[in-house]
Write a protein that binds this ligand. Structure first.
Ligand code: UT7
Length: 345
C-alpha cells in the first residue's frame, strides 16, 4: 500500500505499432427515485401537460433528493458498469466524468468517484462540455487507449440539473432531469471493432444562449446573485433549437465519412434527448428511419451529459444492440459544443 501522494514508479507502456481499438465492455445507469410528472409541474408554474408533451415529448423526469449529489448516483452507475465488465476498481487506469453539475467546483467529481469506488490506481478528471460531456469524455478516453497509455478507462456522464434549475422559470424548469450513466472501456487488439470514429466540435460564439451566470470567477456568489437567481441555468431555447438540428446532422455526416460508412450501416442512432422535435427534425433532415432512433426522453427529460449514456445502457439492456451492430451517438449542448461517436459492438 503506497502512502497518499505517492505511486510506485512504472515503466512507460511501449508505444503500440498500431493503435489499440477501444471496446465498451460494460455500461450502467442510475437515476434518482423521485419522479416529477408534467401534472406536478402544472401545480408549480403556468404550464400544461399538453404544452410539454407537444413541444418537447417529455412526460416525466427524475429529481434528486436534497443532499443527494452527482457522485451519489454516478457511483451506482459505475458499479453496475464494472460488474457487467467484470472489472475491479483496482484495475481502472483513468476515470473521466462529463458533467456541469458535479458535487462541487473542486475537487473533480472524477476524484470523488475514484475515492468512493476504491480505484486507487486511476488518474481522474472532469470534462465540461455541456450536454456533449459524455461524448467528449468518451473521445478523450479513446485517445488514451489507442496510444497504449491506458488499458481500462471508466467514462461517466452525470448531471443534477435540478440543482441549477430556476423553478419559477417555466421556459426551462419543465425540461431538465437528473441521472447518471457509465461505460467501462478496454483496449482490444482487434482492428475495426469498438469505437470506429469520434467527432468533436465547438462554437464559443453561441455560449450566451445556454449558461449559468454566477458561481464562477466572473460573478462569485453574493446575496444579490442568489436573489437574482443567477446560479441557475439560462437558455435561449429557440436559438439552441436551430443550432441543435444543424449540429447533430453535421456530426452524423462527419462520423459517416470518418468511419467510411453509409446511413444504412447504422443499426441504431442514439441522439441527445433534449427535445423530441429536435430529434425528429434531425432525422427528417438526414432521411434516417425513425424506427432506428432510440428515444427515452418521455421518461427522463433532458439529463445533459447523462442523456446519451443512459440511452445507450437502456438500448443494450433492451436487446436492441447485437454483436456486430454499428451504433451512432450524437449530442450538442452548452458551449456551444457538439459531436458524436460510432461504435461497432
Ligand atoms: O440540451 C441542450 C440544450 N437545450 C435544448 O436543446 C433546448 C432547445 N430548445 C427547445 O427545446 C425549445 O425551444 C423549447 C422546448 C425550450 C421551447 O419550445 P418552443 O417551441 O421553441 O417555444 P417558444 O420558446 O417559442 O415559446 C412558445 C410559447 C411562448 O409563448 P408566446 O410568447 O407564444 O405567448 C412561451 O412563453 O410557449 C410559451 N412557453 C410555455 N408555455 C407553457 C414557454 N415555456 C412554456 C411552458 N408551458 N413550460
Amino acid at each position: 500500500m503506497t502512502k497518499p501522494g505517492t505511486r510506485e514508479p512504472q515503466p512507460a507502456p511501449p508505444w503500440p505499432a498500431q493503435p489499440f481499438s477501444t471496446v465498451i465492455v460494460g455500461t450502467g445507469a442510475q437515476v434518482p427515485e423521485r419522479i416529477l410528472t408534467n401534472a406536478d409541474l402544472e401545480k408549480m408554474v403556468d404550464t400544461s401537460d399538453q404544452w410539454i408533451v407537444e413541444r418537447t415529448g417529455m412526460k416525466e423526469r427524475r429529481i434528486s433528493a436534497p443532499g443527494e449529489a452527482a457522485s451519489d448516483i454516478a457511483v451506482k452507475a459505475c458499479e453496475k458498469a464494472l460488474a457487467e465488465a467484470r472489472v475491479k476498481p483496482a484495475d481502472i487506469d483513468l476515470i473521466i466524468v462529463g458533467t456541469v453539475t458535479g458535487d462541487m467546483l473542486f475537487p473533480s467529481t472524477a476524484c470523488i468517484l475514484q475515492q468512493k469506488l476504491g480505484a486507487q490506481r486511476a488518474a481522474a478528471f472532469d470534462v465540461s462540455a455541456g450536454c456533449t460531456g459524455f461524448i467528449y469524455a468518451l473521445s478523450i478516453a479513446r485517445q488514451f487507449i489507442a496510444t497504449g497509455v491506458c488499458r481500462t478507462v471508466l467514462v461517466v456522464g452525470v448531471e443534477m440539473l435540478s440543482k441549477i434549475t430556476d423553478w419559477t422559470d417555466r421556459s426551462t424548469c419543465v425540461l431538465f432531469g437528473d441521472g447518471a450513466g457509465a461505460a467501462v472501456l478496454k483496449a482490444d487488439a482487434q482492428p475495426a471493432t469498438g469505437i470506429l470514429a469520434t467527432y468533436l466540435a465547438a462554437d464559443g460564439t453561441g455560449g450566451e444562449h445556454l449558461y449559468m451566470p454566477a458561481g464562477g470567477s466572473r460573478l462569485p456568489a453574493t446575496v444579490e446573485t442568489v436573489q437574482q437567481h443567477q446560479h441557475t441555468c439560462k437558455m435561449n431555447g429557440n436559438a439552441i433549437f436551430k443550432v441543435a438540428v444543424r449540429a447533430m446532422a453535421d456530426a452524423v455526416k462527419h462520423l459517416l465519412r470518418q468511419a467510411d460508412l453509409k446511413l444504412e450501416d447504422i443499426k441504431l442512432l442514439i441522439p441527445h434527448q433534449a427535445n423530441l422535435r429536435i430529434i425528429e427534425a434531425t432525422t427528417r433532415l438526414l432521411k434516417f428511419p425513425s424506427e432506428r432512433v432510440f428515444i427515452n426522453i418521455h421518461k427522463y427529460g433532458n439529463t445533459s451529459s447523462a442523456s446519451t449514456i443512459i440511452a445507450l445502457d437502456e438500448a443494450r439492456k433492451a436487446g436492441l444492440i447485437r454483436p456486430g451492430d454499428v451504433v451512432m451517438i450524437v449530442a450538442f449542448g452548452a458551449g456551444l459544443t457538439w459531436g458524436g461517436v460510432v461504435i461497432r459492438f
